[in-house]
Write a protein that binds this ligand. Structure first.
Ligand SMILES: NC(=O)c1ccc[n+]([C@@H]2O[C@H](COP(=O)([O-])OP(=O)(O)OC[C@H]3O[C@@H](n4cnc5c(N)ncnc54)[C@H](OP(=O)(O)O)[C@@H]3O)[C@@H](O)[C@H]2O)c1
Length: 248
């Protein structure tokens, strides 16, 4: 027969073995090893969230690891990689998924200059990637409290704001992501899920060779505040990093 002291010790040990839920919830961020994704991992950690950050090469994601995030391998264009991530996270409730991973590969303005391969690769990452991730992680987000998908799009995906052209593949890939997000907002919003798309600002990252008028930290601080404050009423909306509503 165990003594009361031994029973108490066993109870305490079993309690400490339980995964502790972060006060604010759990957020998964794709492409979190650099740029806006890494800054988001830092901001959400700071804001009291448990962060799962994905990287194509986890071994090289040293800055992401330094934030304290759990790092999971993910290439959003690869079905096997997405399935492996979903398997690793099976049973884990995720409050917010931020589809941040993206590429900008085409700059052509003339029909004769279009790089069809680059446009296809852009769609594979920017459009099919988030759709694949949302499908794979739907059970996790459904089990979370916030039930939110935040998709990092761009103002370049807006028809109304397209006054200066350029980058046909990038613009079209983000417009298609906007359309997919809006469709899911209509179809699955009824089940209590929230889908919102974001323009993160013009941000100094590798994507634009450090151009831009705000830093990743500024963009991520704004986005974190807005995303953490979203609720079901925001379903199907398009916001910038400061919470200003944008036209489709
Ligand atoms: N910077 C801006 O001004 C700006 C403006 C509007 C919208 N955005 C959007 O903001 C998001 C983040 O952009 P950023 O400026 O931070 O770009 P970035 O610095 O180039 O970072 C892109 C991130 O996406 C990841 N990624 C690329 N292809 C991937 C794939 N197949 N699977 C998984 N991850 C992949 C990269 O991982 P690797 O390190 O492995 O390549 C990296 O972590 C993108 O969706 C972008 O379109 C940016």
């Amino acid at each position: 027969m165990r003594t009361p002291a031994l029973l108490l010790a066993a109870l305490l040990m079993s309690l400490t073995a339980l995964p502790l839920k972060a006060a604010e919830g759990t957020v998964l961020i794709t492409g979190a090893n650099r740029g806006i994704g890494l800054a988001l991992a830092r901001e959400f950690t700071e804001a009291g969230f448990e962060v799962i950050g994905t990287a194509r090469k986890p071994n090289k994601a040293t800055e992401l690891k330094a934030t304290g995030a759990r790092v999971v391998q993910l290439d959003v264009t690869d079905d096997a990689s997405v399935a492996a991530m979903a398997k690793t996270l099976e049973g884990v409730a995720i409050d917010i998924v931020i589809n941040n991973a993206g590429v900008a590969l085409d700059r052509g303005r003339e029909l004769a200059d279009l790089d069809m391969g680059a446009i296809e690769r852009t769609f594979a990452v920017n459009t099919m990637g988030p759709i694949r991730v949302m499908a794979a992680l739907y059970p996790n987000v459904k089990a979370g409290d916030r039930k939110l998908f935040a998709n990092i799009s761009s103002m370049m995906g807006s028809m109304e704001m397209n006054t200066w052209g350029c980058c046909l593949g990038y613009r079209a890939s983000k417009a298609a992501l906007n359309s997919a997000s809006k469709t899911l907002a209509v179809d699955i919003g009824k089940k209590g899920m929230t889908f919102v798309v974001f323009h993160p600002g013009y941000v100094q990252t590798d994507m634009n060779e450090g151009q831009g008028n705000i830093t990743p930290a500024q963009s991520a601080a704004g986005l974190t505040k807005v995303i953490a404050g979203l609720n079901a009423k925001d379903n199907g909306k398009f916001y910038d990093w400061q919470g200003k509503e944008l036209p489709w």
